[in-house]
Design a protein around this ligand. Structure first.
Ligand SMILES: [Zn+2]
Length: 296
């Protein structure tokens, strides 16, 4: 369900409410006060980001934002929460410029906030192997040759210069109606691609790829189905890679449309952001709370 801005504003109208939320996420499950070991309550100290044990002899203090991204920042908690909200509710991501404009902070500050939230989106939180029908594909992002994907890919294969390519190769493994794993790879050769598939996809699964030679000779525990785009093959039943291609076009729209230029160094964070959003798609409010719970 969509998490609307009105609902968000109602949930988090001011810093006190935000701090209470962080306190709850961090300490609500604490069985007793860490100092006096009693089942006491903690009361907010007005004007400080601090809660104190209500036992008069103890008065132990807890700082909910200590050690989190919220600790050493002049940005208010409401603003932080709002940027998390924006990033989870905007389909193609939010640029540093947009954060700067909306919060009235410096670009440096806005950019830093975006990246810190992106770090919280790393590892969709998935465990175990992918299984069932799994689409596997790779793409290249960055540089100018965005429409030359096949040619670039072939050039990479033939001369093995994938590492020096200005483009960043991204591999995705997508479980139909399920989860996705993405990874930045040095180059799209069999030696790189195949071990990654073995590590992430359960034996017995149906692996669907295009005709790229890097996928030839997959482990025999997989049922490998090849879709040949070059020969304009029609989609027959379940055997297509449309879902993973859809993911890649979303990733490209996010990077080219919203962020314009992303360096190789930061690419992983944007890929992680898109992957996180894919996994939590159609769960707006949950996505917001997942990020919040990762802060603490
Ligand atoms: Zn205490």
């Amino acid at each position: 369900m969509k998490y609307t801005i009105n609902k968000f504003r109602k949930d988090y109208p001011n810093d006190d409410v935000c701090l209470d939320m962080i306190f709850k996420l961090r300490f609500a499950k604490m069985p007793c006060c860490p100092q006096c070991s009693q089942q006491t309550t903690f009361k907010r100290i007005v004007g400080r980001r601090c809660y104190q044990c209500s036992d008069k002899d103890c008065q132990y203090q807890l700082y909910p934002t200590a050690g989190t991204v919220f600790e050493k920042t002049k940005t208010s908690l409401v603003d932080w929460f709002y940027v998390i909200y924006l990033m989870t509710s905007t389909r193609n991501g939010v640029s540093g410029k947009e954060i700067q404009r909306q919060l009235g902070v410096t670009y440096k500050c806005a950019w830093r906030m975006g990246h810190q939230i992106r770090l919280l989106m790393a590892n969709g939180g998935l465990e175990g192997m992918l299984s069932g029908v799994v689409e596997v594909d790779e793409t290249y992002i960055g540089g100018k040759a965005q429409n030359k994907h096949k040619k670039v890919r072939e050039a990479v294969n033939q001369n093995g210069k994938g590492v020096n390519s200005p483009k960043v190769a991204v591999m995705a493994m997508l479980e139909r109606d399920g989860n996705i794993r993405t990874q930045i790879i040095p180059k799209a050769t069999g030696a790189v691609l195949k071990p990654i598939i073995n590590d992430n996809v359960k034996g017995g699964s149906v692996v669907i790829t295009d005709g790229h030679r890097g996928y030839k000779g997959l482990d025999t525990s997989f049922e490998h189905s090849v879709v040949n785009h070059e020969q304009d093959e029609y989609v027959i039943g379940k055997m297509h890679t449309n879902t993973v291609e859809g993911y890649f076009s979303h990733l490209k729209r996010t990077i080219k449309g919203t962020h314009i230029h992303v360096s190789r160094k930061h690419m992983k964070k944007y890929v992680d952001e898109c992957t996180f959003k894919y996994i939590h798609r159609s769960k707006g409010q949950e996505m917001f709370h997942t990020i919040l719970s990762r802060v603490v």
